[in-house]
Design a protein around this ligand. Structure first.
Ligand code: ADE
Length: 248
């Protein structure tokens, strides 16, 4: 999978060199390229923002640098048609992190992990001039999704993009060594939260591992884990329960 990121803070994404995603990049499973939006400015101050039309607080990101950056990544959008049959444009999903987008979920991460190419456009200030997003959606083969990390406001799209890239990247086949471990996580499978986990020693600071986990009885362990999942989900995220479980 290829992932392009456009930001005025490319250095933010240095952490993509470490840990699981860093290894996946080295192995060629993820081709992540970070681009500085200011490379598409043409004034001495490398200006990327301006005051909002209609007034109001804050600054809005200018369309010019964004348009040029996306032209560079996706090819010029004005294609001359000479009547010859054209190759269909390869599919690209542009992700615009925004608190005004639809919520990011594990389901969305799973769907995006199947794509060949993602472009993250990280806005700052009051966001990007809407015409950039509307114009990008008219490019052949391009789908634009405005996605929110949650119901709170960050200073810009960078942290949101990082979180989404990690959630999506680990679902790309080969990135996580044991794919079975992905099935047993919170928000996967039955949609319940994960059960609590324990490792050695069996007693630590006076706290014992639940004895059932030492019993060797795998049927009983599975039943206990499922009950723990239900209990935890009922307690902290009742909205995730199917109606029948919530009523129990
Ligand atoms: N940019 C600012 N806040 C955000 C959020 N909650 N999600 C995604 N992008 C954002």
């Amino acid at each position: 999978m290829r992932i392009d990121i456009v930001s005025i803070f490319p250095e933010f994404f240095g952490v993509l060199d470490v840990s699981l995603l860093g290894k996946a990049r080295q192995q060629g499973l993820l081709d992540v390229r970070v681009h500085d939006l200011r490379d598409h400015t043409h004034d001495r101050h490398r200006t990327v923002d301006d005051t909002p039309y209609g007034g109001g607080a804050g600054m809005v990101m200018k369309p010019g640098p964004w348009g040029e950056a996306l032209d560079d990544l996706l090819g010029e959008s004005e294609t001359e048609s000479d009547g010859a049959a054209q190759e269909p444009a390869p599919r690209v999903v542009i992700i615009v992190p925004s608190p005004a987008g639809r919520p990011f979920t594990q389901k969305e991460a799973r769907a995006l992990a199947l794509e060949d190419r993602l472009v993250f456009t990280c806005g700052r200030y009051e966001g990007i001039d809407q015409r950039v997003i509307d114009h990008a959606a008219t490019r052949p083969g391009v789908e634009v999704r405005e996605i929110s990390l949650g119901d709170y406001v960050l200073n810009g799209g960078e942290v949101a993009a990082m979180a989404m890239i990690e959630a999506i990247g680990r679902l790309v086949p080969g990135v996580v060594g044991n794919p079975e471990s992905l099935d047993q996580e919170s928000h996967e499978g039955d949609g319940l939260l994960e059960y609590p986990s324990y490792t050695k020693p069996a007693e630590w600071r006076g706290l014992a591992v639940p004895p059932i986990l030492l019993s060797g009885n795998h049927g009983a362990i599975d039943a206990w884990r499922h009950e723990q999942q239900l209990e935890r989900t009922r307690r902290v995220r009742p909205d995730l329960l199917p109606d029948a479980d919530a009523a129990e």
